[in-house]
Design a protein around this ligand. Structure first.
Ligand code: C5P
Length: 312
């Protein structure tokens, strides 16, 4: 506990509403090790934040309440399973505050798409409630709460680019020497992350799963801003599992590559697919071709890296 007083009297200024913008992510490398005793997998997870954003607005209310707007709002749970609700409850409990807050999520990140949309809302809610309640939690405290909420949540807080080890929650920042351009093909329906990891376990059963390590070539490509080198170094160990559960993604990957993408991969556990392109003009062309191919529900263009959760 830092600035807040015991009993929940806020030390900072009391605000009437706080909006936090938070980015989506793509994993430019997702190296997955063998399943651990706790069921999680040790990872070398190279996160890159991309410029597709959710915005979470926190305002005082009689009780904890979540609402959501945006084209895919109907797919977002509005109960206590929502990571935004869990984040608010976790911060309130730590500071002895009643979590009486209305959190409104303006959703633009694909839902259940492998782009950390739910994790993003958790990180954003935490930053918004911290500011609204004047709790003044330190960065390390916020990161600790994020790690309890989920493996990808700490990265949504920090943004930019980072290597996640452990189950992905232990972050080391990575320098990025330029802007990388992407197209994201949004699939119909989501994929469950536990189901994709389960399929990874099934596909690798009886084989020696190598230790997960970050690729030096990939880190060098990020550092130098070299998109051709990055295209050659992208990898996702969950891709075979996602394709096994959703074989039609192979057609989406092929459609984007044929349209001029330098490289294509499944984003995280999918089913969103990510296409690295050399510039914005190619991004628009590839997005149009993906939409015309009928192999995805939507195609979005975004640059990277993007900043982590921040008050606007
Ligand atoms: O940490 P999070 O709640 O996002 O993880 C969701 C699920 O994804 C876990 O329950 C687990 O099945 C799987 N997972 C994993 N190894 C990781 C991260 C997630 O097996 N490093």
């Amino acid at each position: 506990m830092s600035r807040a007083q015991a009993g929940g009297v806020p030390a900072g200024p009391v605000r009437t509403g706080v909006t936090v913008r938070v980015p989506a992510k793509v994993n430019v490398q997702l190296a997955v090790g063998a399943a651990r005793a706790d069921g999680f997998h040790d990872l070398a997870n190279v996160f890159l934040a991309v410029g597709l954003y959710d915005e979470v607005t926190a305002t005082p209310a009689d009780e904890l309440r979540i609402t959501c707007s945006g084209p895919d709002a109907a797919q977002v749970p509005l109960d206590t399973t929502n990571l935004a609700a869990r984040a608010a409850a976790a911060l309130a409990e730590r500071y002895g505050i009643d979590p009486a807050v209305h959190l409104h999520i303006a959703k633009d990140i694909p839902v259940a798409g492998g782009m950390a949309g739910g994790s993003a809302d958790g990180a954003a809610a935490l930053v918004a409630c911290d500011a609204l309640w004047g709790t003044g939690a330190s960065r390390d405290e916020l990161l600790g709460i994020c790690a309890e909420l989920g493996s990808d949540v700490p990265f949504s807080l920090v943004g930019g680019a980072a290597l996640g080890t452990g189950r992905g929650e232990k972050l080391t920042p990575i320098e990025v020497g330029g802007t990388f351009h992407w197209v994201f093909a949004v699939a119909d329906g989501g994929l469950s992350t536990p189901a994709v990891y389960g399929e990874f376990d099934r596909l690798t059963a009886g084989t020696e799963v190598p230790e997960a390590t970050a690729s030096p070539a990939l880190l060098a490509a990020l550092r130098s801003g070299d998109f051709a080198a990055l295209a050659g170094a992208l990898s996702n160990d969950l891709q075979p599992a996602a394709l096994s559960l959703r074989p039609s993604l192979a057609q989406t990957l092929a459609a984007g590559t044929e349209a001029g993408a330098l490289a294509a991969l499944v984003s995280g556990s999918g089913p969103t697919t990510a296409f690295l392109v050399p510039d914005e003009e190619t991004a628009e062309k590839v997005a149009a071709a993906l939409l015309a191919s009928g192999t995805c529900r939507n195609a979005r263009v975004a640059g990277s890296p993007a900043p982590g959760a921040h008050v606007i």
